[in-house]
Design a protein around this ligand. Structure first.
Ligand code: ZN
Length: 119
């Protein structure tokens, strides 16, 4: 019984890990995080984000598409353009706050870690 439970739990964990990995991938780019954080201020058009963040329009569009595919951002048509906003501002804010707590608790070890190392 114990083992069956553990097997089911391991399978569920593997599925969950895939989802969590995909979510963290969406959050793993500095420009995407910058865009995500800026949307806490309110909904923006692509041209607004380009102006406010100093990123290239193609960069902003590409990252917004990624964030929208991941369900973190949504858009609504306004005239000829689209307004982008966060779908889960409270949850994303809580996640980012937790990430900052982990960074602080680990002495910013992740920031010093060489992410390009092969492992
Ligand atoms: Zn702005």
């Amino acid at each position: 019984m114990y083992h069956r439970y553990m097997t089911m739990k391991a399978a569920a964990t593997a599925e969950t890990n895939e989802g969590v990995t995909a979510l963290f991938h969406a959050l793993s780019d500095p420009s995407r995080l910058t865009i995500l954080r800026h949307l806490f201020l309110g909904e923006h058009r692509v041209v607004d984000l380009v102006a406010h963040l100093g990123l290239a329009q193609s960069t902003v569009s590409q990252h917004l598409a990624c964030l929208r595919d991941c369900g973190l951002v949504t858009s609504r048509p306004v005239g000829r353009s689209s307004m982008f906003s966060l779908t889960q501002p409270d949850l994303v804010a809580a996640l980012l706050a937790r990430a900052e707590l982990i960074l602080a608790a680990t002495g910013d070890a992740a920031a010093a870690h060489d992410m390009s190392a092969s492992h």
